[in-house]
Design a protein around this ligand. Sequence first.
Ligand code: S3P
Length: 168
Amino acid sequence: MSLIYLIGFMGSGKSSVGKNLAYVLGTDFIDTDEFIERKYNRNIPNIFKVEGEVKFRGYETSALNEISKKMSTDDVISTGGGIVETNENYETMNQSGDIIYLQTSLDEIYKRLIKDTNRPLWNNNDRAREALYNRRIAMYEEWSNYTVDTDGKTISEIIQEIEHIINK
Ligand code: S3P
């Protein structure tokens, strides 16, 4: 069974690429954040505010476990940018599928998230954003089997590259 996991920083396009990729492949799509919001009937900022990040990471890990067990070949899973914060998540993804890193420059992320207020860890000063970005990119690189650069590309171009990777 090989699932397709998309990882990458906030704003790298995991959800929109994932949704469209699954459509093109004719398979199912799940976004871990949406799964959590539906399961706990609360939005992510609220979970962060009321219960804190540690609790959210626990929800994220159990969501990933549940999702990885119920999905089948070529189904697409887009993950939250902080999926790499919990080591256990690596085993879950690596044992059940391919991990594809959507790589996006920090400049591009700034453009895409300019008006965003829904991401608690982006709602921060520039220094903290940059530190988080730099720490995370090393983790995405280490965890992924493949990397796709998304800067300046359309969703269909990104999907074509992923199709090429999975058809190899
Ligand atoms: C987070 C990324 C968000 C969401 C939460 C935490 C992170 O998902 O899971 O706000 O730690 O990078 P997106 O990457 O889909 O924005």
